[in-house]
Ligand binder design. Structure first.
Ligand code: 5BU
Length: 449
């Protein structure tokens, strides 16, 4: 038996490949599932693997080794120990926006780094890793991969000029396991058929406003208004005087589902203003949405929400809050629909993937939360609000980034678009609101196709 075959059979006994029915991350149902992480539980096998991978790249010109997190980290480390080549570590959680470096360790510009990957499928995540490593000034020419699932990844990387060295292809693994009686004929047939005709990933259908499972009463009310008015438009009234605000509310009221306010920018704020806004909102049927972006400990938020000169709790239907202080801090917002800020629209925002994931979890666990502000899809049990929408500009000089209603509705499945300057700075705000309402609703309807 060859050393490769011996390695594979032992690795199989450890459980690195399982057969049956598995739902992959993409939603595809697969007859096998590969997970190379258990290899780290056998130091001997890990050493054997590292040596075999090093043999594959014997002639490659690398000066550093980097394992793609997480499964390939122990492999990269073992290769580093076995070869005496320094290791560097790529972070997974930081998307490169903050100040933290993406790659940790000692290295300098222009050094050649060998990337180690456990399994390659479409090659997409490897391409992203390469980009991040190259952005740090390192050079990538060679990649070594334990298993190629033969779904186009190798081809994609080769087209981009990278040399890819693979220890096994999935077909080879299946054949070997067949030959050594770990798989019977019918299982092999089923797997080969899957590999030859890989199914397309199921497309996740957008859930319409009428079918969304929203239990919060304010969320239900907002949906009711949207369906009645055929509008998913929220106007952001970032004006600084009561007179302007009242005029805007009257002008755009019939087209919107909510009027978003920043009451702390209004020079002459008063409760007469609030009373008048409430009156207009009742007549024109829209909700009052205070974009306060709370972001403190629960007790302070409680005071900011109920007390002070704005007494937001006494009049707002909806508010925004960061979730930075954790789930419990959101409990103070009773009798109001909370929209959790999980991702911001600005260039260089610190709300990276890691933050968004945690923030969404906190939002979903909080009964006061009815929706989220984000620039990506969120789960169907939250309403999605997307600001940074403008049809005639791509951004401003202070970091704002704009998308069109079409883009946010079709790509993010946004439920409500939020438009500020696109409306209140227009020569005719009423007309602009009507235009955004019509484009927003058409984009919403088109996003089902
Ligand atoms: P604009 O004039 O359309 O750029 O105004 C956008 C509004 O949405 C403005 O009131 C912001 O405070 C608000 N906003 C945003 O633009 N981006 C975000 O990520 C969040 C809020 Br959260």
């Amino acid at each position: 038996m060859q050393p490769r075959e011996d390695f594979l059979l032992k690795a199989y006994e450890l459980g690195i490949i399982k057969f049956g029915n598995f739902i992959l991350k993409s939603g595809i149902e697969s007859p096998f599932y590969v997970d190379l992480r258990p290899l780290a539980s056998s130091p001997q096998l890990l050493k054997t693997l590292a040596n075999q991978l090093l043999d594959l790249v014997e002639k490659s010109p690398f000066e550093l080794i980097c394992g793609v997190p997480y499964a390939a980290l122990p492999m990269g480390t073992t290769m580093s120990l076995a070869s005496g080549t320094p290791l560097i570590i790529k972070r997974k959680e930081n998307k490169g926006y903050g100040t933290k470096r993406m790659v940790e360790g000692i290295y300098h510009d222009g050094q050649n780094c060998l990337l180690v990957e456990d399994v390659i499928t479409s090659g997409q995540s490897l391409l992203e890793t390469i980009e991040e490593v190259e952005r740090e000034g390192l050079k990538v020419t060679d990649i070594v991969v334990v298993l190629d699932r033969e779904q186009g990844g190798i081809q994609k990387l080769k087209e981009k000029g990278y040399s890819v060295h693979t220890l096994f292809t999935i077909n080879e693994v299946i054949d070997l396991l067949h030959r050594f009686h770990r798989l019977d004929d019918s299982e092999v047939g089923r797997i080969k058929n899957f590999l030859e005709n890989p199914p397309a990933p199921p497309v996740k259908k957008r859930v319409g406003l009428d079918k969304k499972q929203i239990s919060h009463p304010v969320g239900k009310k907002l949906i009711e208004i949207a369906l009645k008015k055929n509008s998913n438009l929220i106007a952001s009234a970032d004006v600084i005087s009561s007179a302007e605000l009242i005029k805007l509310a009257k002008d755009v009221g019939e087209h919107i589902v909510a009027l978003k306010l920043h009451t702390d920018i209004i020079r002459d704020f008063s409760f007469e203003l609030i009373e008048e806004l409430k009156q207009i909102s009742k007549e024109k049927e829209f909700l009052l949405f205070e974009d306060r972006k709370f972001g403190d400990i629960g007790n302070t938020q409680d005071l900011q929400f109920k007390e002070g000169m704005y007494r937001i709790a006494s009049w707002a239907d909806m508010i925004t809050s960061h979730v930075i202080a954790g789930e419990e801090s959101l409990k103070v917002f009773d009798n109001v629909g909370v929209v959790a800020i999980v991702e911001m629209s600005t260039k260089g925002t610190l709300t990276d993937d890691y933050y968004v994931g945690k923030a969404l979890n906190a939002a979903k666990n909080s009964p006061n939360v009815m929706g989220a502000v984000a620039q990506r899809k969120v789960s169907d049990d939250l309403l999605l609000f997307t600001p940074g929408v403008n049809m005639s500009s791509s951004g401003d000089s202070k970091g704002q980034q704009y998308n069109t209603p079409e883009k946010v509705c079709s790509e993010y499945h946004t439920d409500f678009i939020i438009v500020g300057r696109g409306i209140y700075k227009a020569a005719d705000a009423a007309l602009a609101a009507k235009t955004y309402k019509e484009s927003g609703w058409a984009a919403y309807l088109n996003s089902f196709e």
